[in-house]
Design a protein around this ligand. Structure first.
Ligand SMILES: NC(=O)c1ccc[n+]([C@@H]2O[C@H](COP(=O)([O-])OP(=O)(O)OC[C@H]3O[C@@H](n4cnc5c(N)ncnc54)[C@H](OP(=O)(O)O)[C@@H]3O)[C@@H](O)[C@H]2O)c1
Length: 263
């Protein structure tokens, strides 16, 4: 298979790419850091560097033309590139929200726009195979959590978009999926300063992703103990659920009182 992993210079994307390459597939790896991609490709057979910034349509068009020039049909695209910034202030931090949406949501849309023609062509060339378009969302979308207003909203938008797209392209034989990980140890989560329950290694997370994409499940979510807890919580009545979520906030009532006392 010919696979494109977008957001593959570190963490989950890099490990997914390595595992596919180890299984004999040809994997294009993309991220902004060209030097890092080149080093990774030199060290790992089957990985091909394809630097791109997904917020840049021209760069994406160039990357897609390089894949086209290879003359090989594209079988799978994994849109994994992402960033996370938490909201820490009582005032809504609009710049943070815009930055996160720009990469996680609009960046994903830019990739879809660039690759759909290639996936359609691939289906024409190999009618017996359904090319896959995979969005990496997050389990945070099952239940809104404190401080995750920017990140969670961007990933919820990705989930909604992916479900809509699936409904619209399934008749063409394009297999749209989403991946909703819990906490995975990566450079992204290394910045977190709070406990991360059921933290998985990238190796574990990537092998679950490969297994899931080889099966039929639309939403590949893990670890189940964590994702089912969030799904269960979201089903509770608001009068129980919302106070529980507020308890986990750093902005509790005592802080509010003390900050207004200083005003
Ligand atoms: N780790 C977790 O616990 C967890 C949980 C749920 C969901 N996720 C999601 O999983 C995905 C991977 O996360 P990770 O934890 O593995 O993080 P990571 O190690 O920071 O990887 C993010 C990747 O995205 C690339 N990237 C970021 N912005 C980009 C842009 N504008 N254009 C192209 N590439 C870009 C980064 O490379 P460059 O900086 O070089 O561009 C890097 O390769 C993200 O979408 C994240 O939201 C992670």
């Amino acid at each position: 298979m010919n696979i494109w992993v977008v957001g593959a210079s570190s963490g989950i994307g890099l490990e997914v790419a390595k595992q596919y390459a180890a299984n004999g597939h040809r994997v294009w790896i993309s991220a902004r850091n060209e030097e890092q991609l080149t080093t990774i490709a030199l060290e790992n057979k089957g990985l091909l560097p394809l630097p791109v910034d997904i917020t840049d349509d021209n760069a994406l068009a160039l990357a897609v033309s390089q894949i086209e020039q290879s003359g090989q049909p594209l079988d799978k695209v994994i849109i994994n590139a992402g960033t996370c910034e938490y909201i820490d202030s009582y005032e809504i931090e609009r710049d943070k929200i815009r930055r996160v949406m720009e990469t996680n949501f609009f960046g994903a849309i830019n990739v879809v726009n660039a690759v759909l023609p290639l996936l359609r062509l691939s289906k024409k060339q190999q009618p017996s195979m359904d090319p896959q378009l995979v969005f990496v969302s997050s389990s945070v979308t099952y239940q809104a959590l404190p401080r995750a207003g920017a990140y969670g909203a961007s990933k919820a938008a990705v989930r909604y978009f992916a479900e809509t797209l699936r409904a619209d392209v399934v008749h063409e034989g394009i297999d749209v999926r989403i991946v909703s990980p819990g906490f995975v140890k990566t450079p992204l989560t290394d910045q977190n300063d709070f406990p991360m329950p059921f933290l998985l290694s990238v190796e574990n997370a990537a092998s679950r992703i490969l297994k899931g994409l080889g099966g039929k499940q639309f939403d590949i979510h893990f670890p189940k103990r964590f994702t089912y807890s969030l799904k269960f919580m979201s089903l509770l009545p608001d009068c129980i659920r919302l106070p529980l979520v507020a308890k986990a906030s750093r902005h509790d009532a005592s802080q509010l009182n003390s900050s207004s006392a200083h005003d």
